[in-house]
Design a protein around this ligand. Sequence first.
Ligand code: NAD
Length: 296
Amino acid sequence: MQCAFEAVIFSGVTSDSAICNQENNELSTPVKLAVNGAAGRMGRQLLAAIAEHQDGYLTGAADAPGQPTIGIDTSVLGGGEATGVLVTDDLSVLLGSSQVIVDFTAPAVSLGVLEAVADSEVAVVVGTTGFNPEQLKQLEAYALKTPIMFAPNYSVGVTVALDLLDKAARALGDDYDVEVIEAHHRHKVDAPSGTALKMGDVVAKALGRDLNECAVYGREGITGSRDTQTIGFETIRAGDIIGEHTVLFAGNGERIEITHRATDRMTFARGAIRAAVWLASQPPGLYDMRDVLGLT
Ligand code: NAD
């Protein structure tokens, strides 16, 4: 079917009118998107990614109370022309205006968003990492009521790497030692990264192990020889590294390394907005990027 309408754009904000989806050349209604944590490193990239996405438009942005960015136009953070959307510290404003909230903040903040939307139609993309096991259980429980997208890494490349890791671990089996090495910028507050833990979990499951029982986080002192059933994690925090992950499978006489390097935060932001547009039409449940890419 050929598209019969074009996007209607006023001051950089796309209206509710039907627009042409270039992927399938069909008409679709653009999704109303909001960003929580809008002034953060990822928040600013998310605002820019929404501005360039044809199937969604910005209807809300929020950050923490007391931040100097409250009340300013989001274009100051995300670049481009004025959007007319002002940063608020009132989450209920986002609830009233958006279909999907994209949240890259902190675990307690993200859980607060999920609690706030629980009795509404609003879906949530959670980009935050660093949830403890109890918080993860709470997040899963909210998915009974709300469509939730939860991925420690929204890049398409990492999603494909997770698939490769599953295949590699199944083929290599228990004869190869597995180590996960990750590096991030000096401001990152959680370690190992959510992506590193996800990679370890994928490998552990493929090998029939429980990551909670076989993970070893860093080594120091007289450690004794390596237990072949363990999966080791090494963390580097330095400078402005955006995100690098290597999973090493080391056997006798050879080793395989699967590496992903992010060089631009926009890769996470574009993936998260693609996920948000996809999530808008899903029923309550817990989803990840593999669902968006059709890998499940
Ligand atoms: P950041 O510290 O730069 O930004 C966090 C933002 O959240 C800040 O602007 C802060 O003011 C805001 N915030 C804090 N409390 C709030 C509240 N109560 N309400 C609204 N906003 C609030 O951090 P960042 O580098 O943008 O990372 C944010 C999170 O995203 C981290 O957990 C990080 O690990 C994760 N992350 C995930 C991916 C991914 O692909 N899933 C990629 C990069 C970063």
